[in-house]
Design a protein around this ligand. Sequence first.
Ligand SMILES: [Zn+2]
Length: 265
Amino acid sequence: MTRVAAPWLRLSLVWHLLAIGLAVSRPSLWRLALEAVLLNHGLIAAACVWPRGRLLGPNMSRLPERYAARRQVGLTFDDGPDPSVTPRVAEILDRYSVTATFFCVGSRVQQHSNTVRDLVAGGHSIENHTHRHLLRFAFLGPAATAEEIDRAQCAIADSAGTVPSYFRAPAGIRGPWTQGLLERRGLRLVSWTRRGFDTVTRDPDVVVRRLTRGLVGGEILLLHDISTARDSAGEPLVLTALPRLLDQLAKSGLHAVALPRELLV
Ligand SMILES: [Zn+2]
């Protein structure tokens, strides 16, 4: 396990052993021992489902101070590539001379490798968002978790020609061993500061407001380059929200950027 995640899990093991010892040596206190174990499980579960939480290890939800000082905000898109949406997202970004980070699903990358190659040619980064985007990702055992991470790494390396350095869990929910597996692979966990809920909201202005109200440099924004929510004209919502977002950022003197690779050096 890892330098950071291991102490938590080791502490959990010791806690279990103490509880078992208590129940065996003082059978009348078995209920207290059981409650101690349940409390422990509850804390670990809370740490897993809290996307921006750091109890299980490092989790990047903001850019470092020097990027904040330059009024830069991280722009990220999840769940693609989608050949009917992603190229149009890239066109908008190109129009504004902005590069972004795409957290891609490995199986989709295999199906749409040309779309991924075009993103890379446009200066965008392709990062790891698991191979199948399973909603039960957090409940997988260590071997299955590793397989989800590794298959996506390979799919992206094969198609994009670049090896991901960042990882984002589906819905930001990871299992207790995810952190250790990431660190052994040199991957860094990334969450976000704000999300637009653009896959469920039909009004692009609402999405833009969520992303920009009180926005300051250093925040990381999450959108989706996939054909899910549609606006009133039947267009994928991200395509109407994104130009408005970039206009709003420009008005506020903020600059959208891909997650900086130099953080990893
Ligand atoms: Zn996702």
